[in-house]
Design a protein around this ligand. Structure first.
Ligand code: ADP
Ligand code: MG
Length: 374
């Protein structure tokens, strides 16, 4: 079973186990059905060779705590020692392989490495949606050689994100924020024909303001994306909804001096760090009319209060819209952190990060394609 185990570590222990806990239903189902499960994942970016800093040991320890069962860690990814360990497994037993990226063959999708990995098991389950946008050996190799299936979480990700692409229920409103347009341009292009409105927040909005000829002070702007923002405004101006005003401060260190201004009154020497209350109000009203909502990227520097207000307001509006029957989906890294604690009041929180964005760009994910018809 390939799992997305790339969790953050702190002082040698798992700091956030969301990715491990979301894989538990599939793992427990396999054990209840008497499978011996070999769990494989990667952690960080070791350079194709063993590196104790990136050992899976803390991950195996955390999984063992969560399951209340021993999860031994194999000494390597493949090789004779691992083979004999696997041969000794009884139904219901677990074994975690060492970090897949200790082997150069993983990121290179080396056929010999794929074969060695596949020989460890009778069947393959991909429960690593967050890694399925990469054609790495552990993602695309075993499905070529073994009976394969997607895990429950991967299935849910594909099903929910496909629903967004098909945009079944209108109005479909997307909210995009975060620091940069550049990483999200393909998502914007893919979503624009599908959505009724695209609400923009975060620093990204400032690049649009500049494209409109507005002064943005010291706000974060991508100078090389202003032309692109102009094009988007010219072709899709009606669907693109921009903030009415911003919460500004002279710097993040001087956050206590913050105040709200309209977008055409941003003074020199100040920067926009959040959407203002009027925009929160406007965006909430638009979200409450929606039947389908996708949100990626915080509305402001939510790590530094009070500039978390806009992001919180959007999170609350999504929950409210969901209570009225809307499908609500949140994807991304920082946006997922921003809705921590609200997961069960949203239709779906995609832990897939880059993979969920690529899926919404309309790209075929190699790991998902490899499982098709299986
Ligand atoms: P995600 O991980 O959800 O895709 P991004 O990584 O694109 O989101 O963006 C998140 C970052 O954007 C946060 O660190 C946040 O502080 C930053 N950000 C949002 N709004 C602003 C702003 N107005 N000025 C500077 N940084 C911003
Ligand atoms: Mg991020």
């Amino acid at each position: 079973m390939r799992v997305d185990l790339n969790v953050p570590l702190e002082d040698g222990a798992v700091a956030d186990d969301l990715r491990i806990t979301t894989a538990l239903p599939t793992l427990e189902w396999l054990r209840e059905n008497d499978a011996a499960v070999v769990v494989a994942g990667h952690l960080g970016r070791p350079k194709g060779a063993p590196d104790p800093e990136y050992s899976m040991a803390p991950v195996a320890a955390r999984l063992s705590e969560l399951l209340g069962q021993a999860v031994p860690l194999a000494p390597h990814v493949v090789g004779a020692a691992v083979d004999s360990y696997v041969a000794s497994l009884e139904p219901g037993d677990l074994l975690m392989l060492e970090n897949l990226r200790f082997e150069r063959g993983e990121t290179e999708d080396d056929p010999a490495f794929s074969t060695n990995l596949s020989e460890l098991a009778d069947d393959y389950v991909n429960e690593a949606f967050g890694a399925s946008h990469r054609a790495h050996a552990s993602i695309v190799g075993p499905p070529r050689l073994l009976p394969s299936a997607g895990g429950r979480l991967l299935f849910r990700e594909v099903e929910t994100l496909s629903r967004l692409l098909e945009a079944e229920e209108h109005p479909f409103v997307a909210v995009l924020g975060g620091a940069e347009i550049s990483g999200k341009i393909d998502v914007i292009r893919s979503l624009l024909p599908r959505v009724d409105e695209l609400l923009i927040g975060g620093a990204m909005a400032c690049t649009f303001f500049r494209a409109m000829g507005l002064e943005v002070g010291d706000s974060l702007v991508e100078a090389d994306r202003i032309e692109l923002a102009k094009d988007l405004l010219a072709t899709s101006g009606k669907k693109l909804i921009l903030p009415r005003g911003g919460d500004i401060a002279p710097s993040l260190e001087r956050a206590s001096e913050h105040r709200s201004v309209a977008v055409d009154a941003i003074p020199k020497g100040w920067a926009v760090y959040d959407i203002d209350a009027a925009t929160q109000h406007d965006y909430r009203a638009r979200l409450l009319r929606a039947k389908t909502i996708f949100w990626n990227g915080p509305m402001g520097v939510f790590e530094t209060p009070p500039f978390d207000a806009g992001t919180r307001a959007i999170a609350t509006a999504l929950v409210e819209a969901g209570k009225k029957g809307a499908v609500t989906v949140v994807g991304g890294g920082d946006s997922v952190a921003a809705v921590a604690g609200l997961e069960d009041q949203l239709t779906h929180v995609s832990t897939g990060g880059g993979a969920s964005l690529e899926f919404l760009e309309g790209k075929e994910l190699p790991g998902v394609a490899a499982l098709e018809d299986k």
